[in-house]
Design a protein around this ligand. Structure first.
Ligand code: SF4
Length: 327
């Protein structure tokens, strides 16, 4: 594998089995259905999609919190899908997870010090004095200062923004090479969202980590990550560098998402289009062909019959849509 690549995802599928009862055949929710991409060291991706698009399932599967049904997750030349529970402890140190809900992510009966010490103890890192240094430094990095004001507090004594800073400090304390942040600001007040996103980007760049930032909100990602990936109904439908995707969107779904971003100018706001009508599809029985076809204004006969290939239309700009197929 190219040694600048940290993570390689190959045809990853995550299907959840459901059964009405033991006599009926199983059905499968195809939450992630054949996704492939590379993430280079130090680069960041915004993974954007509506609720139910499979983006959180993809993130959790990359962390091996969910079991993949098929495909490979290659991290620094090791296939993570082949590791057993014991071998995964190495991978846990290399990865960090920032949850959506800081209120539920922190143990309420632990002090902030104890919360940050726990991953170090589990992974047998450092002496007590070294651990204390790491904890104080982690709190300084997320700007919870003076740190002496915070280490003895319990989560309920902090604001939502302060709690999310503790979640970030815990995720980064072992200097992971890959961080997955799942809607990290969606439950916070609008006034602190930008601060938290700026903090996350600064720490990602400072420590040269790779990051996957999961969000439903395309408006927040413009200046935040190197790449934008658009996810729809379990598939990646478009991938490009951030500027390229914003300036030159190709997939009809991406165009609709961009056109639906509120514009402060009232004249532009009047011309704004909405996200296409209709609901994201049922993933037990997704539409044939292109899964977006029931909502697409450009739908053609072939779209209902055949799944579009992932095509590199321009350099480092991939799209799954029959409008761009040369066949
Ligand atoms: Fe629309 Fe067809 Fe492209 Fe799907 S493949 S997005 S239905 S034009």
């Amino acid at each position: 594998m190219n040694n600048s690549i940290l993570l390689k995802i190959e045809n990853l599928k995550v299907w959840f089995e459901i059964r009405k009862n033991i006599l009926t055949p199983p059905m499968y929710v195809k939450a992630v259905d054949g996704i492939s991409f590379d993430l280079k060291k130090g680069e960041s991706i915004s993974l954007v999609g509506e609720s139910g698009s499979g983006k959180t399932t993809l993130g959790r599967t990359i962390l091996r919190l969910y079991e993949p049904t098929d495909g490979n997750i290659i991290f620094e030349d090791k296939d993570i899908t082949k590791l057993d529970f014991k071998s995964l402890s190495w991978y846990r140190k290399e990865t960090g997870f920032i949850q959506q809900d800081p209120f539920g992510a922190l143990a309420p009966h632990f002090t902030i010090y104890k919360i940050l010490e726990e991953p170090l103890l589990i992974n047998k890192i450092g002496t007590p004095a070294e651990r204390r240094d790491m904890i104080l430094k982690a709190l300084e990095e997320v700007k919870l200062t003076p740190v002496s004001d915070f280490i003895g507090k319990y989560p309920h004594m902090l604001s939502g923004g302060q709690m999310q800073r503790v979640v970030i400090a815990r995720a980064l304390i072992m200097r992971p090479k890959l961080v997955i942040a799942d809607e990290p600001v969606s439950m916070l007040d609008a006034s602190v969202r930008i601060e938290i996103l700026d903090l996350l980007r600064d720490l990602q760049e400072k420590h040269h980590m790779s990051m996957i930032y999961i969000t439903h909100d395309l408006a927040t990602v413009r200046a935040f990550t190197n790449w934008i990936f658009i996810m729809y109904a379990g598939n990646l439908v478009e991938r490009a560098k951030t500027e390229e995707l914003i300036e030159n969107p190709l997939h009809p779904y991406t165009k609709a998402l961009l056109e639906a971003i509120p514009d402060p100018d009232p004249e532009n706001r009047r011309r704004m289009r909405k996200v296409p009508e209709g609901e994201p599809p049922n993933l037990i029985n997704p539409p044939t062909g292109c899964r977006f076809h029931p909502r697409c204004q450009y739908v053609m006969d072939i779209c209902k019959e055949a799944i579009p290939e992932d095509i590199e239309v321009e350099k480092e700009h991939w799209v799954r849509c029959w409008l761009y197929s040369k066949g």
